[in-house]
Structures are given as C-alpha cells and as structure tokens.
Ligand binder design. Structure first.
Ligand SMILES: C[S@@+](CC[C@H](N)C(=O)[O-])C[C@H]1O[C@@H](n2cnc3c(N)ncnc32)[C@H](O)[C@@H]1O
Length: 326
C-alpha cells in the first residue's frame, strides 16, 4: 500500500499499519529503488516481516509497488519521502527490528558530503528507532562511502560496527547487478545499537478534523482592500524562524466569493511542503485566514508560521487582527 505523509500517525504503530499480523518483525528499507530486494529477502522467511519502504523517486515507488503486489506481499507500506523524515516522525521509538540500506547514493564530491544519508545524526536516530537486538544493514560498492559510514557509526557513540557478508538478496538489486557487471564487489556492514538515545519526534500532526484546530487567524481588512494589483507580479516574501523557512510564492483571487488563496513553500530540514492558505470574507465583514486541506498538508511549526506570515502581511497592509489561532 502507498501512504502519503498525511496518512500516517505521528508517531505511527505497527498495530495500525499491519493489523493482520502486527507481532511480526518490522523492517524499514531506505531507498528501495525498483523494489527488487524485498521479494528476494522476504522469501527467506516463513512469514514475511512487516515492511516499510521509503524512497525519494516517484517512478521507483510505482515500480516497487507493482513488484511487491505481484509477489503477494500485502504487509508492505511504501512512501515517497526523505528517509530521515519518516524515521524521525513516523517510526516510534524502539519500533523497528531492522533498517536496510542497499547501494545508497554516494555523493562522491567533497562539497556534497552533507547529502550523505549515513552520517552521525542518522545513526543516533536509527539507534533510537531500533528495538534492542535490531540493526542497520548497509551494502555498497562504494569503498570510500563504506569507510565514511563505518566511521560515522563509530563517531555516533551508539553503534557497534561488524563487517560481514551481505544478505544474498542485497546482491540481486538493480544497482548490485549494475556494479557486478562492472566487476565491482560490494562491502557489507551490520551496525548494532549499543545504546538507545532518546531522539524525540517533532511537533507534527495531521490536518485536524475540528476546524477550530486548523491554524487560522481572523482580521478586519480596510474597506475596498485589494491585496495585490491584478496583472502585476506578486512580490515574494521569505520569512525565517527556528528550523523553518516560509516563502509566500503567489496569490490567487477567488472567482466564487470575496477572498484569495496564498501559495506558500515551507522548508523544515528535509521536509518541504507546498500549502494553500485561504483568505475568506465572513458574514460579519471580517476575513478568515486559514490553512486549506488541499494537498493533505501536515501541521508543523513551519506550516503554522506560513499562516502567521500571511496574517502579518495582511496586517502590514492595514488589517486589524482580532484573533490568532496558530
Ligand atoms: C543508487 S540507488 C539504489 C537503489 C536500490 N537500493 C538498489 O540497490 O538498486 C539509491 C536510491 O536511494 C534513493 N534515495 C536517496 N536519498 C534518499 C533519501 N534521503 N530517502 C529515501 N530515498 C533516498 C534514491 O532515490 C535512489 O532510488
């Protein structure tokens, strides 16, 4: 099953994601590509573990979904997200039995090392999300990244490093076959937590059922207020706060009622969301600024700040704010 971020709970539970057999081991694969690893690996178990797969590429997501479906693996949840967002916000503390990383992008250029997945913060997060006895399994053909990852695991202070043979299924992935054809031999490491640090979940929740809990504000705009001149380009605004950046990108007039919709780009670490914020006339003459449900946004500090940024902008244009609910 494919889950958008907004369909998860924060954090989620195996009992909700895999109601058929929540007691089975729970394994996360990061960057599953076209999904060849899991059908091979799952076939080595009597009952396949519950599978969570995370991938950045939408094309790979669809290919892997088809492959797992054809293999009859119905206890698999796939999602298109940056891995660290899933691990931090969705996976509960001590939730996983294993984390698999096969042939991660090596980011070989010197200035790009911060893009690598397997750095110290990743190992600390992984150690907090693994059960006692769980492990991160890395297979890669890239010797320099392999050494870098082993060193990062040691530097994290929470992982023991063991160099072993890869699981046979890791030698059947698309990239394993590609590098084998070029004569490159992969290396494999098993990283086992020696401590389980408390890495907290962020302040993040799904779009609320109750409209009073949707981030909003109420204000009174000046008479005959026009927020932007039609035909003129919208002047972008960027607002930065602790851990988030909000860019107000554009504004659209509603043809149906007295109001507008603002488009905002919200960046919080690896997580980016495009959200719509409505500005709608109310019967009493005031206006409601409220996050729209469109696109399934999740409520984060940055998304609340986006509602605040629209409100502040209207206030600067002469609006009188009577209520802030964000
Ligand atoms: C080199 S490919 C390997 C794919 C597959 N594991 C294999 O062995 O064939 C790396 C994959 O990781 C994915 N990826 C890179 N960074 C990621 C991240 N932060 N979160 C999730 N997936 C990521 C990429 O989209 C790509 O599909």
């Amino acid at each position: 099953m494919i889950y958008p971020l907004g369909d998860f709970h924060f954090p989620d539970a195996a009992s909700r994601l895999y109601p058929q057999a929540p007691e089975r081991p729970w394994v996360l694969e990061i960057g599953f590509g076209d999904g060849r690893f899991w059908p091979h690996h799952a076939a080595t178990f009597g009952a396949p573990p519950n599978y969570l797969g995370v991938e950045l590429s939408g094309v790979s997501l669809l290919k892997a979904h088809r492959r797992l479906k054809n293999a009859g693996l119905d206890n698999a949840v796939l999602t298109k997200l940056p891995a660290d967002v899933l691990l931090r916000e969705v996976v509960p503390q001590a939730g996983l039995d294993g984390i698999i990383v096969n042939f991660p992008d090596p980011w070989p250029k010197a200035g790009h090392l911060e893009h690598r997945l397997l750095r110290v913060p990743f190992f600390q997060l992984a150690a907090s999300r693994l059960k006692p006895g769980g492990a991160v399994l890395l297979t890669t053909d890239h010797d320099e990244y392999f050494d870098f990852a082993c060193q990062a695991a040691r530097d994290s202070g929470v992982m023991a490093v063991e160099l072993t043979a890869p699981p046979p299924a890791a030698l059947e992935t698309k990239y394993a076959l590609k590098w084998r054809d070029l004569g490159l031999a992969p290396q494999h490491a098993r990283f086992t937590p020696t401590a389980h640090p408390d890495v907290p979940h962020g302040d993040i929740r799904p779009y609320p059922e109750d409209p009073d809990h949707v981030p909003h504000a109420i204000l009174t705009l000046p008479p005959a207020f026009v927020p932007a001149v039609p035909g003129q380009p919208f002047e972008k605004r960027t607002v930065r706060g602790g851990g988030w950046t909000v860019i107000l990108l554009d504004l659209y007039a509603s043809l149906r009622r007295d109001g507008w919709v603002a488009l905002a780009h919200v960046v919080e670490g690896e997580l980016t969301q495009e959200v719509l914020i409505g500005i709608t006339g109310r019967e009493d003459g005031s206006h409601l600024v409220r996050l729209s449900k469109f696109g399934g946004p999740i409520i984060t500090p940055g998304v609340k700040a986006a509602v605040g940024a629209v409100t502040d902008w209207l206030e600067e244009a002469g609006g009188q704010v009577t209520h802030r609910g964000y």
